[in-house]
Design a protein around this ligand. Sequence first.
Ligand code: UT7
Length: 328
Amino acid sequence: MSTYGAIIVGTGSELPEKRLTNDDLSKMVDTNDEWITQRTGIKERRIASEGESTATLATAAARKALEAANLQPQDLDLIICATVTPEMIFPSTACFVGAQLGVSGVAAFDLSAACSGFIYAIVTGSNFIKSGQYKNVLVIGAETLSRITDYKDRGSCILFGDGAGAVVLQRTSDAKRGLIYSSLHADGNGAEVMKCMPGSRHPISESLVREGKQFMQIKGREVYKFAVQKFEELIESAMRTCELTVDDVKLIVPHQVNQRIIDSAMEKLNMAPEKAHVNINKYGNTSAASIPIALDEAWRMGKLHPGDAVIFVAFGAGLTWANAVFRI
Ligand code: UT7
């Protein structure tokens, strides 16, 4: 048992200005606002402009989180960035963020667990704190999914958006606060369900690009079934292990996968739909960025207070799935 707690002391988020509405998409592929709204709950998503990238969005979110935490970049011991759309293959996005924040010598690395990435990252960051190694850790989820989206594929292009969210974690002597439970899972046998191929097995080549394989490929129906099942299982196991009743849970901040998936899971869990903080209508699915963006919104709306229990839940490519319970 650690003698330290890792608490959230500041949150921030950054969304590109540019909006892509359902009506805009209906001019690009055979779709319409009614279909997208009914099947996903999404009305619009944000798209990075030229000059914006995963690191610029991540840095802007990080600055806001640091300001909320009343800390300077120099106070940080570690920067972790969860992303599947990194600034470059290397150096890591987290290194670019450190440079843009003006720090040198602060540990920095990226973490890849797709839509579950932010939970993997916040658990990793918390454990560096709980072990006593670090005091202040910046955890970011940042994506520019528009850069790997095929805007000719109506089954996927309606879903995704760009953005970044960040939290600052800090050591406290109260081990009962901050991260109190987490479970992280993966099954690489599900790799075919969602993937984006360029890499060492399939280096970028003219033929790869000709076939459109530089873009992500998803089997939406399979993701749908997997997500509903895992959402329920992960919330139930978190509540059971932490001995939390429905009333004890102040807020669920889920990966913003699909309004229907979230509603259906909340119903099966006998929880009021408003117990889940959802903003998918405005931003779509931003993968690793979706939970910290939603958390920052909920935090700034005054939905969370010291002592509240909040559950994060996510599932995504890998396949991966994860949960984490924080006592604010
Ligand atoms: O975070 C990880 C990534 N997230 C996901 O993969 C999201 C999870 N999946 C989903 O949210 C849903 O599966 C989708 C929103 C992607 C699709 O909804 P669905 O209810 O599962 O639709 P479907 O794929 O079963 O397709 C139903 C019909 C098909 O037509 P037919 O075969 O019934 O004639 C599709 O061709 O809807 C058609 N369709 C569309 N129609 C209008 C598929 N995409 C569209 C579209 N507009 N954009």
